[in-house]
Design a protein around this ligand. Structure first.
Ligand code: SAH
Ligand code: TMP
Ligand code: ZN
Length: 410
């Protein structure tokens, strides 16, 4: 089957490299009634464009099916992310804001985890958040949030109403936006002449080196490198002037950009990172073929480990019904025959079932009330935080399992 053209440059240079199979929507947790109905599924495959270097999903799910009035992900569930965004707000407040009056906009402000911190630095902080249930949580904190997808038309409307921005920021949202040409137009409409944009997204080099294949799911349309992202912005009159690797979500990249003609000089971090990416082969298809082979080995290691423990009669559960969990469980074929349940801190997920694999989701209290032998952490990016707060589990002889880069007992 001939591959589709690249979503960014339109060329027929998209090399498919990984096929994770038929996949339900990662955050489409099911009610008991829905278990009997067919689930929406799509083919989860990725490709690398050898022309513009963008790694991307080959088939994309309509964003309206993902971000709506019952979006399952509430950003504030993680203490680590809360601390992380406190650091980002401080950096922005201390070194990027340059005007008391000009507004700032946050794209994908979710429940206000970052926006509330930014609002302390700037009274004109406006969130843009199409998932209306999480937007409402932010509004209840007294924040200003527009409950829509960012489009060039909305950008112009906002600029007319509140003024052009000294800052546009987005955590884990740029990679969610299928049409990045439109996004670049929106930035053009929003940004003041010397305005700055800051985005943070999971970083391709980390995904490849750590075998973090579960970062690949419907919401993540793109897997950015600095090489691909700087080219993309440059083709739209924008420019990256600084990049900074950050540890969250298993390894992300924070990028700082401005209009191409801005007075800000481009710092050496941009060129250095691009060089590192080249050294690691991210500019050629071979690196991705090797990645796909290693992912298949990682999958097998998990199947073997869990299978052996089950045969020994051990009790296993899953910890954290993260979106990544959907990818792991479906790709590796793990269901209720292996995991008694998945426990999670998010109240709205309790009583529901994991998409595709139908494992019941229960409160964390269920886990603590009757510890199993093994807890498989389905949100490896939160492994440290989880192991620390569940020290009582270890005292009871319980053990954690992680699968990144290959399966092992922690
Ligand atoms: N920034 C938060 C939330 C990340 S989840 C954090 O880092 O934790 C991504 C969020 O972006 C979701 O809340 C989703 O509803 C929102 N989103 C998706 N597409 C968007 C778009 N085109 N414009 C604005 N927000 C969008
Ligand atoms: P994420 O990997 O997409 O950030 O999703 C995190 C999920 O993990 C979310 O459903 C909440 C859950 N979680 C816990 O249950 N306990 C925890 O300690 C943490 C950090 C997350
Ligand atoms: Zn391309």
């Amino acid at each position: 089957m001939p591959s589709k053209p690249c979503r960014i440059c339109g060329d027929d240079t998209l090399h498919p490299f990984l096929d994770l199979g038929e996949m339900p929507i990662a955050n489409a947790f099911l009610t008991a009634d829905q278990l009997r109905q067919p689930e929406y599924k799509f083919r989860l495959r990725t490709g690398f464009c050898s022309h513009c270097l963008m790694v991307q999903l080959i088939d994309v799910v309509d964003p309206k099916m993902l971000f709506h009035d019952h979006y399952a992900y509430y950003s504030s569930i993680s203490r680590v992310m809360d601390r992380h965004f406190a650091g980002l707000a401080e950096l922005i407040g201390e070194s990027l804001l340059y005007d008391r009056e000009l507004p700032l906009y946050e794209i994908g402000s979710n429940d206000g985890i970052l926006l509330e911190k930014l609002a302390r630095w700037n009274p004109n902080a406006v969130g843009i958040e199409p998932s209306t249930n999480v937007a409402e949580v932010a509004r209840n904190k007294g924040l200003t949030v527009v409950g829509e997808f960012l489009t060039p038309a909305l950008a112009n409307e906002l600029a007319a109403k509140y003024g052009r921005a000294q800052l546009v920021v987005g955590g884990n949202v740029l990679c969610h936006i299928p049409d990045l040409k439109e996004l670049a137009k929106s930035l053009d409409g929003l940004l003041d002449e010397e305005g700055v944009f800051v985005f943070e997204d999971p970083y391709l080099l980390e995904i490849v080196t750590q075998l973090a294949y579960d970062q690949i799911y419907d919401e993540h349309v793109y897997y950015f490198s600095v090489s691909s992202l700087s080219r993309l912005f440059e083709s739209h009159g924008l420019r990256l002037f600084r990049v900074q690797p950050i540890p969250v979500h298993g390894g992300s990249m924070r990028v700082f950009g401005c209009r191409a003609g801005s007075r800000r000089p481009t710092e050496s971090s941009v060129g250095d990172q691009i060089e590192l990416e080249q050294e690691n082969g991210l500019g050629a298809p071979e690196a991705y073929t090797v990645f796909a082979e290693r992912v298949a080995q990682s999958r097998q290691s998990l199947i073997d480990l869990l299978g052996n423990l089950k045969r020994e009669g051990k009790r296993l559960i899953g910890y954290a019904a993260a979106s990544k969990a959907t990818v792991i469980l479906n790709y590796c074929g793990i269901g209720p025959e292996t995991l008694e349940y998945v426990c999670d801190t998010t109240p709205t997920k309790h009583g529901l079932f994991t998409p595709g694999t139908h494992v019941p989701i229960v409160p964390i209290e269920t886990f603590a009330a009757d510890y199993p032998d093994y807890a498989f952490v389905l949100a490896w990016n939160h492994l440290k935080e989880i192991v620390e707060k569940e020290s009582a589990f270890a005292s009871h002889g319980g053990k954690f399992i992680t699968h990144i880069p290959t399966a092992r007992v922690v």
